[in-house]
Design a protein around this ligand. Structure first.
Ligand code: UD2
Length: 359
């Protein structure tokens, strides 16, 4: 009898214990879930996928703008196998940044991810002196191929605002003309771009755009240049040097210049005609390059390829997060090669002696 009442007490305590344990587990489960939702709600800039909000337990606060989240019903198109890619070119850098070539990305999937984000892409272009004649082709072809269906803001820097052509723009695309001084040295026009872009970002672009590309005007677009090119810091591999070895790169080799790169250093040779990224990262790039250009000027030294040399030095120590293949910066004087399956943007053939203010 005594023994059985002890058993009863033990069973009772066991049942109470189990209930307490279940209560604790239940409480922690919902508490964690509520905290997760609160974190999302406090992070207002980030669009939250409704399905994710309803099913996940907790979420960290994401700071990056692109989260690669798409709802399943938007994936109804036929997705290619992830095993399809390129084996004839390097599609990733030694620091794991993608190198964008035709065949390394799915344009439909990229568009589904990025187009819902309502991004604005700034595009700076300089048309000083006679280079204003390249603007029409640049803008008209950009309207056909560059960031189609995105908000695009062109910033045209010129000393001849009256000669800026009027080009029909699609919805969400705008053009601003910013007057800059002319110069009788093309080297100065080219190099001063860093300072002018830095100032424009401070005054205007930082409020108006998410990403920015800084492009040469003596160029045309020929095929899609889309959101696959977006990244924190983006550079293009030079069309003349993408197969060259490090010792052949035309870096600045004089230690007296702040653009100096020793012979045993260097990853790629980047073209000065195209660089971009988040507005914040490009702001830092232009600020640093501008300072170095000014320091060189004080020491009466001009780097071998002006701002392109400084860009290369900057990108050696501040690795780009994404590289564009020479598809994104071809040169019309160069014969095509097997690796380049699509030419998206290229420098047109021009008579330097006729078009530049000096030779
Ligand atoms: C190379 C680079 C260029 C730049 C330059 C530096 C490539 C394909 N090109 O091009 O990006 O680094 O060397 O020396 O890598 N500009 C004017 N008016 C002028 C001169 C230049 O507006 O009188 C602007 C214009 O936007 C032009 C850019 O500066 O596209 C670069 O000048 P460039 O095209 O004459 O230089 P280039 O072809 O040697």
């Amino acid at each position: 009898m005594r023994f059985s009442s002890n058993v009863k007490l033990f069973v009772l305590l066991l049942i109470v214990g189990i209930f307490l344990l279940l209560g604790y587990v239940h409480y922690s489960f919902f508490n964690e879930r509520l905290n997760g939702v609160w974190c999302e709600a406090s992070n207002r800039d980030i669009p939250v996928d409704e399905d994710q909000r309803n099913t996940s337990l907790s979420k960290p606060i994401f700071r990056s703008r692109v989260r690669n989240i798409i709802s399943p019903e938007r994936l109804l198109y036929k997705q290619p196998s992830v095993l399809v890619g390129r084996t004839d070119v390097m599609a990733v850098t030694p620091w794991s940044a993608p190198i964008i070539w035709e065949g390394t990305f799915d344009p439909d999937l990229i568009d589904i991810i990025y187009k819902s984000m309502n991004l604005t892409i700034a595009t700076t272009v300089f048309a000083v002196g006679k280079y204003v004649r390249f603007l029409r082709d640049f803008l008209e072809t950009a309207e056909k191929h560059f960031m189609v269906d995105f908000n695009v803001r062109y910033y045209v820097f010129t000393d001849r605002p009256d000669d800026v052509p009027s080009v029909n723009m699609s919805q969400g695309r705008h053009l601003s003309v910013i007057q800059v001084p002319g110069s009788n040295r093309w080297q100065e026009i080219s190099a001063r771009r860093m300072e002018i872009i830095q100032t424009a970002i401070e005054r205007q672009i930082s409020r108006e755009a998410d990403y920015i590309f800084c492009l040469d005007v003596d160029s045309k677009f020929h095929a899609r240049w889309g959101a696959e090119s977006l990244g924190r810091l983006v550079a293009v591999i030079h069309p003349w040097l993408y197969q060259a070895t490090r010792d052949q790169f035309t870096y600045e080799r004089r230690p007296a210049s702040t653009a100096y790169i020793p012979m045993d250093e260097g990853d790629y040779y980047y073209a000065g005609a195209v660089f971009g990224g988040s507005v914040e990262d490009v702001y830092t790039l232009t600020k640093v390059c501008r300072k170095q250009l000014e320091e060189d000027a004080r020491n009466s030294i001009e780097a071998a390829w002006q701002e392109e040399s400084h860009l290369n030095r900057y990108l050696l120590y501040n690795k780009p997060s994404k590289l564009l293949s020479p598809e994104y910066q071809w040169d019309d004087t160069k014969t095509n090669t097997n690796e380049v399956k699509v030419i998206r943007f290229s420098t047109v053939i021009k008579n330097y002696a006729e078009i530049r203010p000096n030779v």
